[in-house]
Unconditional design. Structure first.
Length: 60
C-alpha cells in the first residue's frame, strides 16, 4: 500500500500534518510517537522469550 508513496505525496502529507497540529505541537507529537514505538518494540522483545519457552515445553 505504501510502496507507491513518492516525494510529492510525502510532501502533501507533511503539509497536512503541519496544518492540523501546528508547528509548535509537532515535536511533542514526534516524541510521543517515538516513545510509543519504543514501548511496542520493548513489549515484543520481552514477550518473545516467554512464547519460545511455552512452545518448547509443549513440543517436548
Amino acid at each position: 500500500m505504501l510502496r507507491n508513496l513518492g516525494a510529492p505525496e510525502l510532501l502533501i502529507i507533511l503539509v497536512v500534518v503541519l496544518l492540523l497540529f501546528g508547528a509548535a505541537k509537532l515535536p511533542a507529537l514526534a516524541r510521543s510517537i517515538g516513545a510509543s514505538s519504543r514501548e511496542l518494540k520493548k513489549g515484543f522483545e520481552d514477550g518473545l522469550p516467554d512464547d519460545e519457552e511455552a512452545s518448547e515445553d509443549t513440543s517436548s
